[in-house]
Design a protein around this ligand. Structure first.
Ligand code: HEM
Length: 132
């Protein structure tokens, strides 16, 4: 909902992910990104194995929040000061959740951030609509 620039595309190979949040458990996304065919037999989506190897670079996260706020994303004033603590808490909860499905991955890996992103897709608009 708050993507800047909005990620329009004229060519689409995979399905629309705008409402993917909550459709699958975290472990489904983990397995699917590592090898899509394990979760969707016959999938032509490429695997993204490096997402488990690479640590998330958060060096510009605080600056990005400030820019996004300028562009209209409703981050509360000063949120950048606590954002990284929030990020870490959320990452740890996803890592713990994956452990329940016997997947052991450190909370600072890129795959964790991608799962957090995918699980959020389409959920903010529901909240906005509910409060209107
Ligand atoms: C970071 C990049 C990508 C992410 C996060 C991603 C994520 C996903 C997710 C979550 C699904 C499941 C959708 C559902 O079942 O509702 C999916 C399916 C699919 N994606 Fe991707 N995708 C990525 C890149 C790509 C690329 C580059 C291609 C094509 C060349 C592709 C092709 C497909 C196809 C054909 C499916 C349907 C079959 C399947 O579930 O694997 N994806 N993708």
């Amino acid at each position: 909902m708050y993507d800047h620039p909005f990620q329009w595309g004229s060519k689409r190979t995979g399905p629309d992910l705008q409402r993917i949040g909550g459709k699958y458990p975290d472990s489904w996304h983990f397995n699917h990104m590592l090898d899509p065919t394990t979760m969707s037999p016959g999938s032509i989506m490429p695997p993204y194995p490096w997402l488990v190897e690479r640590a998330l670079n958060t060096s510009s996260t605080q600056d990005k929040i400030k820019v996004m706020r300028k562009l209209g994303v409703p981050y509360p004033e000063g949120y950048e000061a606590t954002a990284l603590t929030d990020l870490q808490k959320q990452a740890e909860s996803i890592s713990e959740n994956l452990k329940k499905d016997k997947i052991d991955v450190m909370s600072n890996r890129e795959i964790i951030a991608l799962i957090a992103y995918l699980q959020r897709m389409g959920t903010d608009i529901k909240k906005t609509t509910a409060s209107n």
